[in-house]
Design a protein around this ligand. Structure first.
Ligand code: DHB
Ligand code: FE
Length: 278
């Protein structure tokens, strides 16, 4: 039986790619952000995952506004990054795990989650930069399964639905006969708004409450509609839906291994949290 050894949830700002390319990890602006990651890499070295399931939102590289699935899942042997227009270097391709992907698809569709299945899929900064923060040498030692959530174009899936998708992914992985060790990585958020009258909006109180809730009261955020979450966290802060997918894969009782929070990275409040089953 495959086992989820824990979750990592983190922000995914394109400027991180530029900072990595320029070697700015110890620059005063960037240091409080990058310093969050060595403990996560130590934890990864101890839990030794074989597979990373990545819950994230695509920003127009693979899906555009003309065709926007609410939920999609990769079932490809390989996932490639490409130039998204942020001026950040393209990272090496990621190995997929088609057998596990198809098992997850079978299990999720049987549970009435009607995901779009993608046998070809490119992955954008929301997938690649968190991976590059976890494995800075960019020699990925894991296979990957992308799970894409629409946090971009209204109507978005509800927080409750995203949490339930995570629970169903947890059951799918638990019923896989292999002995893989799986980490679930959720990317995006925390509070930020890139456009409109509230551009630059950050809500530290909400972010800290949200991260605390994932430890002690994991369905707390599901009381809010997606419109309310946009009000609380910003139009792009609603990317926290990906954190709820990740959190849903864990049992109710968890242990917080690591947490970091820093404002701002570009326009974003950056959060980082590692949880494992208690
Ligand atoms: C920024 C944040 C994002 O989540 C994103 O996808 C693009 C840009 C930013 O803060 O610059
Ligand atoms: Fe984003």
């Amino acid at each position: 039986m495959a086992k989820i050894v824990g979750t990592i949830t983190t922000s995914h700002v394109p400027a991180i790619g530029g900072a990595i390319a320029k070697g700015l990890q110890n620059d005063p602006y960037w240091k409080p952000f990058f310093d969050g990651f060595p403990p996560v890499r130590d934890w990864l070295a101890s839990v030794k995952p074989d597979v990373v399931v990545v819950a994230y939102n695509d920003h127009g590289l693979n899906f555009f506004l003309d065709k926007m699935p609410t939920f999609a899942i990769g079932a490809a042997p390989e996932y490639r990054n490409a130039d998204e227009g942020w001026g950040i270097p393209v990272v090496p391709p990621f190995q997929g795990d088609p057998a596990l992907s198809w098992h997850m698809i079978e299990s999720l569709v049987a549970e009435d989650f009607d995901l779009v299945t993608c046998q070809e899929m490119s992955v954008d900064h929301a997938f690649t930069l968190p991976m590059a923060l976890l494995w800075p040498e960019q020699k990925w030692p894991v296979r990957t399964v992308p799970v894409v959530v629409n946090t971009v174009q209204s109507p978005l899936p509800s927080a409750a639905r995203c949490y339930k998708l995570g629970q169903a992914i947890g059951r799918a992985i638990a019923s896989w006969p292999g002995d893989e060790r799986v980490v679930v990585l959720g990317t995006g958020g925390l509070s930020h708004q890139l456009d409109g009258e509230r551009a630059g909006f950050i809500n530290k109180d909400f972010d800290l409450k949200f991260m605390e809730s994932l430890v002690n009261d994991p369905t707390w955020a599901t009381q809010y509609s997606t419109v309310e979450l946009v009000e609380l966290a910003g139009t792009q802060g609603v990317e926290l839906l990906n954190w709820l997918v990740a959190r849903g894969t864990l049992p109710n009782k968890v242990r917080q291994v690591h947490v970091n929070y820093h404002i701002p990275i570009s326009n974003t409040a950056s959060g980082l949290q590692v949880l494992e089953p208690a």
